[in-house]
Design a protein around this ligand. Sequence first.
Ligand code: FAD
Length: 369
Amino acid sequence: MTDVVFDAATLVTQLVGDRADGWDRDGRLPAKLVRSLAAKGLLCAQLPTLYGGMGLSSMQNGELTAHVGSLCSSLRSLMTSQGMAAWTVQRFGDAQQRMAYLTQLTSGSLAGVAFSEPSAGSDLSAITTSIHAHGDTIVVEGGKVWVTGGDYADLLVVFGRYANGVAAVMVPVDAPGVTIRRVSDPLGCRAAGHADVRLDTVRLPADALLGGAGLPMEFLITAALTYGRLSVAWGCVGIMRACLKATTRHASSRKQSGKPLADHQLVARHLAELLVAEQAATRCCQEASRCWDSGSADLGAAVMVAKHFAAGSAARCAAAAVQVLAGAGAIDGHPVARAYRDAKLMEIIEGSNEICQLLLSKHALAVWS
Ligand code: FAD
């Protein structure tokens, strides 16, 4: 860990302390804490310092994301959304939009990213939200679901149909016609403020529309998702590190049949598999971040491998961790119980396991057949 990442990670450790389980049970993060992290540029730490970001590389941001993920997946989820929103503006905004929106995101404002709709989940080509230009006004009409951080957000990056393609528009949540409804009692990442959003004839100034409007869906949405997938993958590494910490401590201290659990070979196997999964997922994430930082054409595939492998590994590791702790971990509020619920969701978001497999199989055919 470089010094700057170490300092940021130390700050997050101090701020989170031992409160993540309570936040999870309450279904809410302290808004003041989240905004103070946003104001330090820590939730979108890859942004250049010009915009108030920390200017971290993808590799450094990944290590920071894993650290936050090891403490609290709800907070890490907000970090993923904020970073994805920032990356979308950085990638598609013009100079004025970048300066206006990105400095907002590093001054304490929070953002969510809205792709999914009731009838468009895995298949985003089915989105029906429309974005129209009327003179110097943009009108947005539609509905979005499951927007991470939507309940905390000041701004939403909303993707919708525009001309023959897709566009992304910056929607302030206090614009007339925007209604936010919190998703109640999600399975995991319970404090991440997931929300459904109604957009009823929302009128915005023309400069709310980001560049690339009307381009094919794959171009705009894939760019945003690539950031999100890599961030989720690093977050999964964090979940595995939290599971390793909890299981190794418990297995060394708890005795059954006259010896520590760790000395029972079937328990020791769980520990070994946890370690291998964490190490292998870390290497996949490092390779993807290396591709990001070097501008490699292999980025898309490397990110997909990292996301798919890390999410599946985190789900299996969290299940193994609950198994090792057994009665001690099978309690709402215990870190491994939280990891078990949070990790399962990582197999659904930013491209479900099945969608990742379909995309990876196409890559395998292209490269190996
Ligand atoms: P469906 O698309 O209905 O899929 C159901 C099942 O069928 C899945 O197992 C899927 O893999 C499988 N399936 C679907 N199509 C195929 C196929 N062609 N081949 C094989 N299998 C298939 N959305 C946002 O826009 N912004 C967010 O911030 C956001 N955050 C989220 C956070 C959480 C915790 C969750 C649960 C969801 C979030 N989502 C968000 C929505 C998320 O992107 C979708 O849930 C996801 O894309 C899956 O869509 P779906 O739930 O409609 O499932």
